[in-house]
Ligand binder design. Structure first.
Ligand code: 0O2
Length: 220
């Protein structure tokens, strides 16, 4: 029996009251992550509006958010060998609340990220800069793990969220890479990986050229 089946089995054997209690705690946890997403999204929208007023353009093109699905949570907890309970999920998974910020230019990514993490109620837990240090396959994005406070009726709780910041070109590449990675039956995976990496390099070049054009226009 695999771990996922064992987990399902142990849940099925559980006392219904304990099960209800666990389900309630899980729903409560998901509600808190949803609130964290709303808080971060509002902060980003505020920054975008202010920037737009002062500089006559939006550094953020769009924001996408997602709450990790229960099946993906279980899969990741099992894969990493963590005990499957609400406390352990909250302690060990940092990407249940996910916010993806698509920026116009590469320097906007760092501007938005710095403005966000310098807010006095935000705690920066970890930053991974896959723009300065792209992954071997060509993936580029700036990843932040932050903690943001949410205010409930009788408590203030810090919740973790993952913020991924990318340009439109980085997002275009990552979306197609993600789709292609699900296709397991490729005849020539190495060739595909090589061509995807070339495309990533083209995206980097495109981002740099667009940034240069904007810098030149801004100088005038
Ligand atoms: P989903 O469905 O996008 O959420 P962590 O997951 O943070 O505990 P890790 O592996 O160090 O640990 O995280 P990392 O490197 O910060 O990257 C996690 C997320 O970045 C992934 O989430 C993807 O969203 C994105 N990502 C990382 N590498 C790649 C890549 O090569 N291609 C693409 N398209 N996206 C990538 P998940 O969990 O895979 O899924």
């Amino acid at each position: 029996m695999n771990i996922e089946n064992e987990t399902k089995e142990s849940i099925l054997q559980c006392d219904p009251e304990i099960m209800l209690d666990k389900a309630e705690s899980f729903l409560n946890l998901m509600m808190r992550y949803k609130c964290a997403i709303m808080e971060v999204e509002t902060k980003l929208n505020v920054l975008n509006s202010e920037f737009s007023l002062n500089h006559n353009r939006n550094p953020i093109e769009s924001i996408k958010t997602r709450l990790k699905k229960p099946a993906s949570i279980i899969e990741k907890m099992n894969r990493r060998g963590f005990e499957l309970n609400v406390e352990s999920i909250e302690e060990n998974l940092f990407d249940i609340a996910g916010i993806r910020v698509i920026c116009s230019f590469v320097d906007d990514i760092y501007t938005v990220a710095n403005l966000l993490i310098n807010q006095d109620d935000i705690k920066l837990i970890r930053m991974k800069d896959y723009i300065k240090n792209p992954k071997e396959n060509g993936y580029r994005s700036l990843h932040l793990i932050i903690e943001v406070p949410i205010f409930l009726s009788n408590e203030k709780k810090y919740m973790k969220a993952e913020v991924q910041l990318r340009t439109i070109a980085m997002d275009f590449w990552a979306s197609l890479d993600h789709k292609l990675r699900y296709k397991q039956d490729l005849e020539n995976p190495e060739d595909i990986a090589g061509r995807l990496k070339e495309c990533a390099e083209l995206c980097t070049d495109l981002d740099n050229r667009m940034q240069d054009i904007r810098d030149e226009i801004d100088k005038k």
